[in-house]
Design a protein around this ligand. Structure first.
Ligand SMILES: C[S@@+](CC[C@H](N)C(=O)[O-])C[C@H]1O[C@@H](n2cnc3c(N)ncnc32)[C@H](O)[C@@H]1O
Length: 205
């Protein structure tokens, strides 16, 4: 697994405990994200159908995995994140579902998920696309793991009513366009949506 913390958006390394949570600060960052990141609108956009296999890239402390598991009829929710600290946190957040095998949380990155090609009906990434070392490699991997007709949602801080933190992390328009272009190169029906505190791209393989 590539453990590079270089960000294509920053054009250099990112050292924030939110970017690659580790140690005490990483644990605190995880708790903060679990407490603050309410992602119900992502769930609506993802439109999971009964029996679907869902992959989340960069699950952090596992708040969205918990929503997916409680509120959708997904048959299986799998996740990859490069942070062992977040794997522990998300496993705690989703203890029962992990024990039952409905939720499987692994280590991996957007560019190297380790998932089988065409295995996911839905792929979702929230607040980590700007942390990927190589945007295009991540988008290629999302395309590879989705089945034909499957849908991806890639979301980042922004939206119609972003809070202070989301406002400070918004990407400039040219970087949002670069994400859109990378998606348009491989997917169909690419759209940009403004959620409350996220800008989200939807794309169909
Ligand atoms: C700001 S947190 C967001 C966590 C979660 N998605 C949320 O919204 O609460 C960023 C997460 O992305 C993960 N991450 C960092 N680099 C990544 C990469 N190249 N591929 C996938 N995930 C990555 C980090 O380990 C961290 O858990």
């Amino acid at each position: 697994m590539n453990s590079d913390t270089h960000s294509w958006a920053v054009g250099g390394p990112v050292t924030s405990p939110f970017a690659r949570p580790a140690g005490v600060l990483g644990r605190l960052a995880g708790r903060f994200m679990l407490w603050t990141n309410k992602q119900d609108d992502v769930l609506d956009l993802l439109d999971v159908q009964p029996g679907d296999a869902v992959l989340e890239i960069g699950y952090g402390p596992g708040a969205l995995v918990r929503l997916l598991s409680a509120r959708t009829g997904a048959a299986q929710i799998r996740g990859v994140d490069p942070s062992p600290e977040m794997r522990r946190a998300a496993s705690r957040t989703n203890r029962a579902a992990v024990r039952e095998g409905r939720v499987v949380l692994g280590l991996g990155t957007a560019a190297e998920t380790g998932e089988a090609g065409g295995s996911a009906d839905r792929v979702v990434c929230v607040n980590n696309v700007a942390l990927w070392p190589d945007l295009e490699a991540g988008v290629r991997e999302v395309h590879r793991v989705l089945r034909p007709g499957g849908q991806a949602v890639i979301a980042w801080h922004g939206g119609s009513a972003p809070g202070r933190i989301a406002r400070s992390l918004c990407l400039p328009e040219e970087q949002l366009e670069r994400i859109e272009e990378a998606l348009r190169g491989l997917f169909s029906a690419v759209e940009r949506r403004q959620l409350r505190s996220l800008v989200a791209f939807t794309a169909v393989r």
